[in-house]
Ligand binder design. Structure first.
Ligand SMILES: Nc1ncnc2c1ncn2[C@@H]1O[C@H](COP(=O)(O)OP(=O)(O)O)[C@@H](O)[C@H]1O
Ligand SMILES: [Mg+2]
Length: 143
C-alpha cells in the first residue's frame, strides 16, 4: 500500500478508512519525522472506530487508552502510544502497554514506533509517513 496525500484532511480520511479494515489485535507502528502526520493518522484511526473524544498526542503520559463505544466494532479499546520522549523501550513496558499488544479486542497505534521496535510484536504493521513537500505526504505500508 502506497498513498500520497496532499492535505492533513486527506491523511485523516485515509487513516479513517484504514481503521475500518482492522479486526482487533492489530499493532500499528507509525514511523516518520516530527510533523509528518503521525498524530493526524492516529486521529483518523480513532474517528474510523467511532471515537468522538479529542485525540492528543500522549507525548508526556506515553499512553492513552480510549474506549470504542460503537457497537459496530468488536474492538473495545484504542491504545495510543507516543514513544518520542522515552529513554528506553522499558519505559513503555513499565506502564503496562504490552497488555494491549496481545488483546484481540484492542488496537494499538504507536507514534515513533522505531524507538521501541525491540519490544513490539512480530505482527506489528509499520506505516511510514514521509514528508515530500510542505503539504504532501507519502504513506507507505511496510508490510
Ligand atoms: N498531507 C498531510 N498529511 C498530514 N499532515 C499534514 C499534511 N500536510 C500538512 N500537514 C501538517 O503537518 C502536521 C502534522 O502534525 P502531526 O500529525 O502532529 O505530526 P507528528 O505527529 O508526525 O509529529 C500538521 O500541522 C498538519 O497540518
Ligand atoms: Mg505526534
Amino acid at each position: 500500500m502506497r498513498q500520497t496525500t496532499i492535505s492533513e484532511k486527506q491523511t485523516f480520511e485515509f487513516a479513517k478508512k484504514f481503521a475500518r479494515t482492522l479486526k482487533g489485535g492489530e499493532v500499528i507502528g507509525l514511523v516518520g519525522d516530527l510533523g509528518a502526520g503521525k498524530t493526524v493518522f492516529a486521529k483518523g484511526l480513532a474517528a474510523g472506530l467511532g471515537i468522538k473524544q479529542n485525540i492528543t498526542s500522549p507525548t508526556f503520559v506515553l499512553m492513552k487508552v480510549y474506549e470504542v463505544k460503537s457497537l459496530k466494532f468488536k474492538v473495545k479499546n484504542l491504545c495510543h502510544i507516543d514513544a518520542y520522549r522515552i529513554k528506553s523501550p522499558q519505559d513503555i513496558t513499565a506502564i503496562g502497554a504490552e497488555e494491549y499488544f496481545n488483546r484481540s479486542d484492542a488496537i494499538t497505534v504507536i507514534e515513533w514506533a522505531d524507538n521501541i521496535k525491540k519490544i513490539l510484536p512480530k505482527k506489528t504493521r509499520y506505516i511510514k509517513i514521509e514528508i515530500t513537500e510542505l503539504k504532501k505526504r507519502k504513506i507507505i505500508n511496510c508490510q
